[in-house]
Design a protein around this ligand. Sequence first.
Ligand code: NAD
Length: 487
Amino acid sequence: MSSSEAELLAEVPEGLLIAGAWRPANSGARFAVHDPATGARIKQVVDADVADGRAALDAACDAFPGWAATAPRARAEILRRAFELVRERAEDLALLMTLEMGKPLAEARGEVTYGGEFLRWFGEEAARITGRYGSTPENSGRMIITRHPVGPCYLITPWNFPLAMATRKIAPALAAGCTVVLKPSELTPLTTLLLAQILRDAGLPDGVLNVVTTTSAGPVSTAILTDPRLRKLSFTGSTPVGKLLLAQAAGNVLRTSMELGGNAPFLVFADADLDRAVDGAIAAKFRNIGQACTAANRFLVHRDVVEEFTRRVTDRVRTFTMGRGTEDGVTIGPLIDDRAVRKADDLVGDAVTRGATVLIGGNAVEGPGSFFPATVLGNVPADSRILREEIFGPVLAIVPFDTEDQAVHLANATEYGLVSYVYTENLTRAQRLIERLETGMTGLNVGVVSNAAAPFGGWKQSGLGREGGPEGIEEYLHTKYTMTPDP
Ligand code: NAD
């Protein structure tokens, strides 16, 4: 580890943020965070238990009336200041993400830009929370429709985008006037801790944002979710954990937003611009080392262009460099842990046993570090597990198709419905596909769809609710309708 890395790590707060103070756990316990590129322990943070989780919720409940009553403009200004501080500390945040999660530094910088934008966007949205006033159709009275923050919220984030997944939840919650208990992934708590410090530096009052780092996600979450004072759960993570949390949230009929798994189809038609399609494929597959819910999981390519497309993506993959994300020129960092490497290895092994061809990559790399090389698989048989399960690794699996109907049928043949990608130059076909693909988002001739101003979210088992855009703040607002007589 370099001296600048050590200095940055020393600066990251290691306590629980509760009621405006960094605290140790009740039990005094701590846990280690590792660099997935080396396997080395890089820092210890506090390991909260159930009592700590309750204390964080106490703080969020105490702070709620004051924050809800704070002028939207004042809330907006704090978010704006936080956005500016994120920009000022972009290099620190990027390096921290690379150290604890592994993504190449250039991509981590991109995440700082994307993640920071939620603070600015939702700061601006805070001032636009409005209601309606109007007569009933019969002129029998007047309707007043007002919006109110839902209350204290519990936000749970995954490890793959440690900054953006946090700001995508925190910013709309705070903009709406809600207070927050945030639980980051135990694999990547450091970025969240630095972000929390930045929000404090931006002037966020005590107790409005509380952060609980823990290796006991289940018990701590159950204690918070079953507390009748909590009003909302927002979760980003895997579909199985999401289902479990939805069941728990049902107990108190909580408002919920669930951003869950994906199995994105990437459709390339014979009339596609292949240069664009190859660029899009590389971005949609290998960004974040394939560890994105939006990662293209299945490449469905028309038989007339499949050979050319396969050759071109394989040539591009041949130019990749694998290594620690801090090193210049690295395009493929490590996966998050050895379990992720074994999963990629198993999925590739299964596809090959069934008849897929390995065109490049294909085998896990010996440690230290959790590396799996960028891999391209051709002619992947329909019954392969890799076409049904979320790969979450740098493996590009190609399946040829013959007709548009067949492509649509294959694309929709999954319980997931987060995002789809379509490459065609035929406008009428594009319009048909927008209507036929069962996904919450579609990249039409583009390989990355995320934007703070857009409603991000899935259909089917990919989730409930939206993050980003005007829809994103709705998730944190109640609607109230008041009936009054005709004046
Ligand atoms: P995960 O479900 O294992 O963990 C997500 C979070 O839930 C972590 O903070 C974890 O500590 C916590 N958690 C785990 N078990 C829990 C329990 N029993 N109770 C409460 N909390 C619990 O997912 P992950 O491996 O961190 O992230 C990868 C998954 O996230 C993938 O499936 C990916 O598609 C999904 N994801 C979805 C989106 C989206 O916007 N749809 C974005 C990013 C990631």
